[in-house]
Design a protein around this ligand. Sequence first.
Ligand SMILES: *Cc1c(COP(=O)(O)O)cnc(C)c1O
Length: 436
Amino acid sequence: MNLPELEKFDREHVWHPYTSMRHPPVTFPVASAFGTRLTLADGRTLIDGVSSWWSACHGYNHPAINQALHRQLDQLPHVMFGGLTHQPAVELAARLLELAPEGLTKLFFADSGSISVEVAIKMAMQYQLGSGRAERRRLLTVRGGYHGDTLGTMALCDPTEGMHAFFGGVLAEHFFAPAPACPFEAPCREKDIAELAALLERHQHEIAAVILEPVLQGAGGMRIYSPQYLVRLRELCDRYDILLILDEIATGFGRTGRLFAAQYAGIAPDIMCVGKGLTGGFLTLAATLCSDRVAAGIAAGPVGALMHGPTFMANALASAAALASLKLFGEYDWQSRVKAIERQLKTELAAAVQSPAVKEVRVLGAVGVIEMRSPVDAPALQQFSVDHGVWLRPFGSVIYTMPQFVIEPEELSRITAVMCLAAAAEAAKKPERSFC
Ligand SMILES: *Cc1c(COP(=O)(O)O)cnc(C)c1O
């Protein structure tokens, strides 16, 4: 296919995430990606501000990960994990459990983030069943969250912003507490967690687990909250013997400045989901980690087995990429880099709040957000950022960046400049002067 043919077929036959086939928006064919740059098929180069939905961190086409993949490809790209096992998966499991918060000792490999959350839900349900508490069949979460696109996980996404309305009668009904409202630097007061505490107390005998994204709510609106909220939540879960599931799919692997966001709170979950950044953005892979206690509960249940097993579970190529990516975390000072990105984002985005159309600017680690007062024209801003040499993907009311950790300061300045211009353009509905 030549380029116009490709674009036509794509537009007419291929679905893209959450995009209309009635009014297909422009999609941009990509030819290659190196470091922090995307090269489009028409030859233009963009600085990537989205990191392939927050999964890439060490740079596209990183030689160490490429090499690990080439080596694995020549040995064993994939084999079923039922009844068989292999070195990349087992070594990866060992490394992940070593890096994870204390007490997590068992691991299930899933093929995407959503599936790792499905598995976490099953773990919690099967644990309760095995522990003789079959009546604990529901979950509690907070509003403003995002946990995936499958039927089980959709039921945990924000009930108004999420997709509940389209799937009435099909989604499980869970308990929703208000979104954590205490800012990152602030303490978590009694009233910040009162409603959640009341729900837990009232429904303790129905609730199998609490699930939420630690410190940063990602796709649900890019909100950042106090780690102390998690400390309080951990205490409450312990009090009622309810499991705590942390969804670290977006926050894991350094994105917020710590390897895992739970480390800001100094707490450990009973179950933890990782995905996105696990392979450095190269291949799809996720995992669900749990404690001995959870595993023992499942083992004591009617079947004794965790009831899940995807065809491409523990894919060897993906495992090799993940091992190489984790090794890279030990080979350059990513923490200083994320700190520097955080400082630069704070400095360069701060002035955006002067625009009356901007509600708030938020920064944590390698996450920079301009929240507008009303929903943005995402397709228009997408085109606008491409025209300015940057790849951004605004959604809802937020214009954000999650750059790779290896981004150079000049590249990041370009991203923040375009974010500010985009906010100003959005405010005026035409490109105007930036406030930054
Ligand atoms: C992206 C994401 C998921 C879903 O992961 P997929 O790989 O897209 O299925 C789940 N939870 C959080 C917090 C995420 O950011």
